[in-house]
Design a protein around this ligand. Structure first.
Ligand SMILES: *Cc1c(COP(=O)(O)O)cnc(C)c1O
Length: 417
């Protein structure tokens, strides 16, 4: 492997093909007027990813601004309580702005700047991608417009304010369901109007080529660090690597470090929400079938006509009806297993990690921890599970306490169950 490369692992460096396909998923299904814009971004990215000054600038910011490398932490009390496998966390919650999203936002804004763009635009649901992008834009001196459904604007007031303080313009989207999917549509339309001076900066490993590849590469620092840190701490690789999957960026980040290590079992955890019926969850791999959304092919929760179904999860960062194309391919070749954790599993994990380790996880990350808690109980003490803790839970505190009272959990004989 070349020292300064930002992609890693043969499954990654061989994928996607030059049309952006991971097996039969991915591609770039965009209007003709956007084809050139996507090609320009692809060309620019392929060039800078080999460019040493770019890679050095990115690494310098990762260290001095984001706070990389993020540590790996052994959950001793939680593991002892469970009486099974050892649970370790990759602490992406400790990054500046509190999640893994800053990893790809800095990469995308650096690229936009190199391409001579004046502005980055994006969609946001809960506001996490919007805040991370507004942060990176402030850092690097670009303008930033964030499209957000009016339902989300009302629900996520603190993040709206954060973006405004950071100098971004929040554009309310008052159509359709007034949430994430409509925000993506509106942001794409705005981008269509001015692809010369702006760049679209998508929030996960989704959308048309080159975004699934590019966002994965920017996130792959997580997997690269985790693999060498784990080897250093334990002298061996983890037996399991677990991450939550919304669009799939934090998961692709950590998975990419271990794809070539066939002895490592890799598990993506999707939001099972309240149940298996349409509208109750956002578990795309479990209940979806191949389709197209937002310019790419993937497993999709869809109705008979191929229209995306409404989705739900307690974690607003996970409620997307599609999923990154590389995940779809990794599922089909059976390199990664996809499982489901419910709202309840996530809440149990949320309280357990808080009470037993002093770490309040994001509700998104709580799905990965929740699945790991169940898995750990079925395994012996010498087995190690590495969980990507994608973000911190400060943003979720009010919602959890208002809707799922503490007493409910405290009345149980043991928090872990
Ligand atoms: C946005 C978000 C996610 C979900 O996005 P992925 O692209 O699937 O990683 C997960 N965790 C946190 C903390 C998030 O903010």
């Amino acid at each position: 492997m070349k020292k300064n490369t930002i992609a890693n692992g043969s499954l990654n460096t061989q994928m996607p093909d030059n049309k952006g396909f991971f097996g039969s998923y991915g591609g770039a299904f965009v209007p003709p007027s956007l084809e050139k814009a996507m090609q320009d971004i692809t060309d620019a990215y392929m060039q800078i990813k080999e460019d040493e000054t770019f890679v050095e600038e990115l690494q310098h910011l990762q260290q001095t601004y984001t706070g990389r490398p993020s540590p790996i932490y052994h959950c001793k009390r939680l593991s002892a309580e469970l009486g099974g496998a050892q649970i370790y966390l990759k602490r992406e919650d400790l990054n500046h702005t509190g999640s893994h999203k800053i990893n790809h936002c800095i990469g995308e804004v650096l690229l936009a700047k190199r391409m001579g763009k004046k502005k980055v635009i994006a969609e946001t649901g809960a506001g996490q991608h919007g805040v991370a992008l507004a942060t990176a834009a402030a850092l690097l001196g670009l303008e930033c417009d964030i499209y957000m459904g009016t339902v989300d604007v009302a629900k996520q007031a603190p993040n709206v304010r954060r973006m405004q303080v950071l100098g971004a313009k929040v554009v309310p989207v008052d159509r359709g369901t007034k949430t994430l999917k409509d925000a993506v549509d509106a942001a794409f339309e705005a981008y269509l109007e001015d692809p010369e001076t702006t760049m679209y900066a998508i929030g996960s490993v989704v959308g048309p080529h080159p975004f699934p590849m590019m966002v994965r590469d920017f996130q792959s620092v997580v997997g690269r660090e985790a693999r060498s840190q784990f080897l250093e701490i334990k002298g061996a690789l983890p037996n399991y690597v677990v991450a939550c999957v919304g669009g799939g960026s934090n998961a692709m980040g950590i998975f990419s470090g271990f794809l070539d290590d066939t002895e490592v079992t890799i598990i993506g955890v999707e939001p099972g929400g309240r149940g298996p019926f349409p509208g109750e969850n956002a578990a795309t791999m479990a209940y979806g079938k191949p389709g197209k959304i937002h310019g790419f092919a993937c497993y999709l929760l869809q109705d008979d006509k191929g229209e995306p179904l409404p989705v739900y999860s307690i974690a607003s960062g996970l409620d997307y009806p599609g999923v990154g194309p590389q995940h779809c391919h990794l599922r089909d070749i059976e390199r990664v297993k996809y499982k489901v954790a419910s709202d309840r599993d996530a809440l149990t994990a949320f309280y357990n990690l808080s009470r037993l380790e002093g770490i309040i996880p994001a509700l998104e990350s709580s799905h990965a921890v929740g699945y790991a808690i169940r898995l750990a109980r079925t395994l012996d003490k010498d087995t190690n599970i590495l969980v990507n803790l994608s973000g911190r839970g400060d943003k979720d505190m009010d919602y959890v306490l208002d809707n799922y009272p503490l007493e409910e959990f405290e009345n149980q004989p043991m928090l872990v169950r």
